[in-house]
Design a protein. Sequence first.
Length: 168
Amino acid sequence: MDRRALGGILLIVAGILLFAGKGNPVNPGFVFGNFWASLFVIPLGLFFHWLYFFATGRRGVGLLIPGGILLVAGVVCQISMLFDIWQYTWPGFLLAAAFGLLEFYWFAGRNRWLLIPIFILTSISVLFFAIFALGSLSSFRIMGQSAAAIVLIAAGLFLMLGKKRERF
C-alpha cells in the first residue's frame, strides 16, 4: 500500500471519529466501547479470509470456518452495539456458525453431510429471528392499537375487496 492510500485512510478515519464526537475531543473510551467489533472482530475474520484466499494458496480451507464465524459475529455485535438491540440479534450468533460451515462446505469439496448442521443452525436462527420480530411487532403500538391487529384487519379487507380469481 502506498503512502497516499494510507494517508487517505487515516484522514477518513479521523473525519469519522470527529463526526462521531461532534466537534468534541474524541473520547477513546467511546470509540472502543461502541466500535470494538469493527476494530477487532471483523478485521480478524477478514484476516482469516485473506490467509485462505491469498497467503496459503487456497490450501488452508479450515481457516474459513473461524473466519466466517468471526466476520458474521462481528457484524452482529456491531449492529447490536450501535442500535442497542442485543435482545433481538442474538440468533445471529447461530447464523455465524452456519455461515462458517457453509464457507467450508463451499470451498472444501462440498461434503454433503455438512449441510445437516448448516440447515439446523440456519433454521433455528431464522426461527428465533422471526419469533422476536413478531413479538416486537405485536408489542408496538400505533394510536392505541396493536400493529398486529391492524395487519390482520388490512389482510381481511384485502381478501374481501380484492379481485376474485377464476378457477379453471
